[in-house]
Design a protein around this ligand. Structure first.
Ligand SMILES: *[C@@H]1O[C@H](CO)[C@@H](O)[C@H](O)[C@H]1NC(C)=O
Length: 94
């Protein structure tokens, strides 16, 4: 992720987190576009990179972060299921 601007990674993380919480709804909207200055289409590549990292996190050789956020006090957030595909039309402007 080091090759990407931090603002792009941050916006993409919000997109993916919202998608994981509710895959039936569009993650991006006009408010998020306004404040991040990114259109959903511009996030596509970075969101997919993050999604791949998240999906493969269970096979990492560095499990500390995953174990930490698998605890009750963090609401088991690391155990949340990450869908392997993202509805393509969610990257199109609404
Ligand atoms: C866009 O999404 C954000 C975060 O979920 C929310 O706070 C905001 O109200 C939404 N804006 C619109 C126009 O729905």
């Amino acid at each position: 992720m080091l090759s990407q601007p931090p603002s792009l990674v941050a916006a993409s993380a919000i997109f993916l987190a919202k998608y994981i919480l509710d895959p039936t709804r569009r993650s991006w909207n006009s408010t998020l576009q306004h404040y991040t200055q990114y259109k959903s289409m511009e996030l596509k590549g970075c969101v997919k990179d993050l999604q791949r990292l998240t999906s493969n996190a269970h096979v990492t050789t560095l499990p500390a972060v995953r174990e930490k956020y698998s605890q009750h006090k963090y609401k088991f957030v690391a155990k949340k299921f990450c869908p392997s595909t993202i509805t393509q039309e969610f990257f199109n402007n609404s």
